[in-house]
Design a binder for this molecule. Structure first.
Ligand SMILES: Cc1cc2nc3c(=O)[nH]c(=O)nc-3n(C[C@H](O)[C@H](O)[C@H](O)COP(=O)(O)OP(=O)(O)OC[C@H]3O[C@@H](n4cnc5c(N)ncnc54)[C@H](O)[C@@H]3O)c2cc1C
Length: 423
């Protein structure tokens, strides 16, 4: 992509609406195929739900929420390579570390080798949970039928649930673990754990996410001659005679003619634009508390188990604490104190129990619900309009609402637009 020449003036045009990772992935694929891309984004910057914000008080950029990838997220990693993301931007974790806040026991999950065999060795050893039980439950999950929930295939309440299944399902799907669609959980489990370190290692963002994804993607698109309009919310999409015809923005309207249009906006925005094509999907929130510590802690990630907090990520002096499903209603100071106490229990150097300065970011519609019903509602890429395609982490990728899902959706929409553009 980075070495592609700019699209020629008579190349076909594709309109991409939304510059989150789905829209950026779609736009980059189209530009690399020689299409002229016009990208429209409501916000003043790209990145959508995976973005960084300058923070005056912290004196550094912080991410809206801690985002991690896995080595098995092939589409996302290939997208990042294609846009020339800095090669040192993602740091692999040798092992994922957990600590049970109940009794203080700690363990590590360390995928190794190139097959699922690592699960039979020391890489999967959880205190108080026989490995045979984990493997048996894993096999039960893998054989789940369509429509079933993780809570029906596993045993909520036991130690295996508390120490492995619940944290795994909650972190990957940002959902109440027992409610997660079992076949989708099985697909993720298989994909992430079956190739050892090649798929199961966690990758941490060593830099703010905007520097890893959004900014290199925008630079890459500009080099390829794409026109990018920030601060341009699409207000309406006129359709007729089996196609998307006009894109209406605040100060102008753009005729689509027969050009492909990719709608890569969040589910709620897509539904406002095309209520007959897009179902309203239930979403779940994520709350992040970012604490500024007096010292540089380096880079790390740990999962406390049995409390409020799902994950603790630190980069330099900023410790980011993730609480899935929370909106932060209620006493903010009390929540910050409780979250900091849990974070302090897993940080490498035990800090003072008094919370350092903090900032709270709530994403009310962070991810699409992961129940069987919500997965069944998710629409595919194609629409009844010949030149209109849907993208976004809420479309039917089969994946949870993640960076990988967003990139897969964008690339799928781009392939469909390319096919439509050549007909
Ligand atoms: C706090 C948090 C933590 C997360 N953690 C992880 C993680 O650890 N790992 C992981 O893989 N995923 C994680 N995710 C999920 C991941 O961020 C999303 O799945 C992904 O970024 C979604 O990308 P998208 O392009 O589908 O949608 P979005 O990022 O929502 O992009 C849609 C874009 O469309 C724009 N837009 C909206 N309306 C209009 C309009 N009318 N006209 C023009 N533009 C419009 C928006 O401004 C936005 O830029 C997390 C999400 C959150 C919120």
């Amino acid at each position: 992509m980075a070495r592609r020449r700019a699209a020629s003036g008579d190349a076909p045009v594709c309109h991409v609406v939304g510059a989150g990772l789905a829209g950026l992935a779609a736009a980059c694929r189209l530009a690399s195929a020689g299409m002229r891309v016009r990208l429209y984004e409501a916000a003043p910057q790209a990145g959508g739900r995976c973005r960084s914000l300058p923070d005056q008080r912290f004196g550094t950029a912080i991410d809206n929420g801690a985002h991690v990838l896995m080595t098995g997220n092939r589409a996302a990693l290939s997208f990042l390579r294609g846009i020339g993301a800095p090669s040192t931007a993602l740091a692999p974790l040798d092992a994922l570390e957990f600590r049970d806040l109940g009794d203080g026991s700690a363990w590590r999950i360390r995928p190794a080798g190139e097959s699922a065999a690592w699960m039979l060795g020391r890489g999967l050893s959880i205190p108080g949970v026989p490995r045979g039980r984990l493997l048996w439950e894993g096999l039960r999950l893998l054989s789940a039928r369509a429509g079933s929930r993780a809570g029906e295939r596993l045993s909520p309440g036991g130690l295996a649930w508390r120490r492995l299944w619940r944290p795994f399902l909650k972190t990957v799907f940002n959902a109440e673990a027992a409610e997660v669609s079992a076949p989708h959980a099985a697909a993720v489990l298989k994909r992430l754990l079956s190739e050892g370190a090649a798929s199961g290692r966690v990758l941490l963002a060593a830099r703010p996410w905007s520097e890893i994804a959004a900014e290199p993607a925008v630079a890459c698109l500009r080099r390829a001659g794409a026109e990018i309009a920030f601060g341009s919310p699409l207000l309406a999409l006129e359709r007729g005679e089996g196609r998307a015809r006009r894109l209406i923005f605040r100060n102008r309207a753009v005729d689509a003619g027969r050009d492909p249009v990719i709608l890569a906006v969040p589910n709620a925005a897509a539904r406002r634009l095309c209520p007959d094509l897009v179902p309203a999907l239930p979403h779940a929130p994520i709350l992040n508390l970012h604490f500024e510590t007096p010292e540089d802690l380096g880079l790390g990630f740990r999962c406390p188990v049995g409390g409020l907090v799902d994950a603790v990520f630190w980069r330099g002096p900023v410790v980011s604490v993730t609480i899935g499903g929370a909106t932060g209603d209620g006493d903010a100071e009390a929540l910050a104190a409780a979250a900091w106490a849990e974070a302090a229990a897993v940080l490498p150097r035990p800090p003072s129990l008094t919370p350092p300065p903090w900032r709270r970011i709530v994403e009310k519609r962070a991810t699409v619900a992961a129940t069987p019903e919500a997965f069944a509602l998710r629409p595919g890429t194609a629409t009844p309009e010949a030149n209109l395609f849907l993208a976004g982490d809420w479309t039917a990728t089969g994946l949870p609402s993640t960076i990988e899902g967003a990139v897969v959706s964008g690339r799928t929409a781009a392939e469909a637009a390319l096919a439509a553009g050549t007909q």
